[in-house]
Design a protein around this ligand. Structure first.
Ligand SMILES: Cc1cc2nc3c(=O)[nH]c(=O)nc-3n(C[C@H](O)[C@H](O)[C@H](O)COP(=O)(O)OP(=O)(O)OC[C@H]3O[C@@H](n4cnc5c(N)ncnc54)[C@H](O)[C@@H]3O)c2cc1C
Length: 305
């Protein structure tokens, strides 16, 4: 395992390096201790440059998008958090429309801008928290749409330099990609997503419908979204509900009474309480139904390194 050298990082990044930064505010669950350092990437070029320098200095790091699919340990993260704020968007409005988007753009912003231009295909994404980078990495999806169905290409930084990958190279599966499965050393810089021409009013209507549906079925409050992957042909939320676990609480984290696959942080939740609740759910569901629930959320940080 590589070790962080703050003097080396200070020399490499100067004022860009922020030290001893609390991460809770950068996650949707509002949970997590401090990182040794944080650097903000303001463009795809910036992101590529930062990651290259981190590789050169052999520094441990994590690219953070919206922090909406992570549980970060209260003990923090030993390394550099690269907060991705690369935000450029360029629509290509010809016969076969598409959008070139940097990886720090949020999916909801992208979906809303496409809708305003009368471009369809991303309605599902209006309700998915997080960035394009996070969505490409984990094949985010909702309401029948997903990244696998709309991504054309992506630009990736690998140890060989900047590369263009066709979507097929990602070997997408349910909430999974080759990048995630094989833990490929890379940063997603930008993506080209296909769109289709449509009517602005209809596209916005579909988006409003999805937002309404989500409000009816999913709880508000700080969470990581779905905690577990849906097992083949079933739903993690149903299994948790039928196991009688809705409303179960450890410390300040509770399994939502509205949707069994959502854990809600009622304030100052300890990451260990979330882990205890995860283990309780896995054990109970396995004992009752013989189903091993797999985490959808990634656990990050000191005690898990
Ligand atoms: C209320 C709620 C509802 C949700 N509903 C859905 C849903 O309907 N469908 C769904 O699929 N998900 C859902 N999620 C989960 C989450 O929105 C997705 O997983 C999202 O794609 C994560 O994006 P992010 O930018 O927040 O990624 P992060 O949580 O910041 O990061 C996740 C992983 O991606 C990696 N990563 C992020 N950006 C890059 C990059 N540029 N280069 C390389 N690696 C990168 C990170 O290093 C990390 O390993 C929900 C979450 C919440 C809180």
């Amino acid at each position: 395992m590589t070790k962080l050298s703050l003097p080396t990082l200070r020399a490499a990044f100067g004022d860009k390096l922020q030290e001893n930064i609390s991460l809770a505010a950068y996650t949707s669950a509002r949970i997590g201790g401090k990182a040794d350092a944080l650097i903000i990437a303001n463009s795809a070029d910036d992101l590529a440059e930062i990651i290259s320098l981190l590789w050169e200095t052999n520094s441990p790091y994590l690219v953070l998008g919206g922090g909406s699919n992570l549980l970060i340990s209260d003990k923090g993260f030993s390394g550099v958090i690269v907060l991705n704020k690369a935000k450029a968007i360029r629509f290509i409005e010809d016969e076969d429309p598409s959008v070139l988007v940097e990886s720090g753009v949020t999916m909801s912003r992208l979906a809303n801008q496409a809708a305003t231009k009368g471009l369809a295909g991303l309605e599902w994404a209006a309700t998915v928290p997080g960035t394009v980078g996070g969505a490409v990495y984990g094949n985010a999806g909702a309401f029948g749409g997903d990244m696998a169905g709309c991504l054309l290409h992506l630009e990736l930084l690998t140890e060989n330099g900047r590369e263009n990958w066709d979507v097929s190279a990602l070997e997408y599966a349910y909430r999974s990609s080759k990048l995630k499965r094989d833990a490929i050393k890379c940063a997603i810089l930008s993506a080209e997503i296909k769109l289709t021409k449509g009517e602005q009013v209809e596209i916005q209507g579909r988006m409003r419908g999805f937002i309404q549906k989500r409000k009816l079925t999913q709880p508000p409050g700080a969470s990581m979204g779905s905690m577990f992957k849906n097992p083949e042909g079933d739903f993690a939320g149903r299994l948790i509900e039928d196991a009688g676990l809705k409303g179960t609480r450890i410390g300040n984290v509770e399994i939502s009474t509205k949707h069994g696959n959502f854990f809600i942080n009622h304030g100052e939740t300890k990451s260990n309480d979330v882990i205890a609740l995860i283990e309780l759910v896995q054990k109970t569901v396995f004992e009752k139904f013989g189903e091993k629930l797999e985490l959808e959320v990634e656990i990050i940080g000191k005690e898990h390194e």
